[in-house]
Design a protein. Sequence first.
Length: 167
Amino acid sequence: MTAPLQRIKNVLFLCTGNSARSIIAEAILNALGKGHLKAYSAGSHPKGEVNPFAIELLRANRLPIGDLRSKSWDEFAKPGAPFLHFVFTVCDQAAAEMCPVWPGQPMTAHWGIPDPAAVQGTEADQRRAFRDAFLQLRRRIELFAALPLDKLQGLALKERLDQIGRS
């Protein structure tokens, strides 16, 4: 399948539960990438709801939450799904799982972030974990959004995406 001619590049963020990290990444990129990047998120085993700490954090950062929902990555492997240019895993479990075959062979990278939803402790500890995940994701997404995607291709682009995941 050939990539449709379009200015906007579609990005899918994957995680196992699609309730925190991938949802946060979707919201951040949709805010930063207006006009040239469109983000989606999904999970291999979606929780079915967005983590309340993620919603609280996104609201506090004035990011839209209206369209966010926990969903399966199967939605993006079906006919009629958005054509994906990039697929980023943001948790270690999803990176190790067998992913669906994405039409068009999008560029992939692993941007692992510790799971804030797994943090035990006080609400302050949990909020701190979500804030840390948010800050890491925002920095990586800012770096990604600043890339000259129309000038980078193939291995050069793949190397830059992997580099962002190590930052």
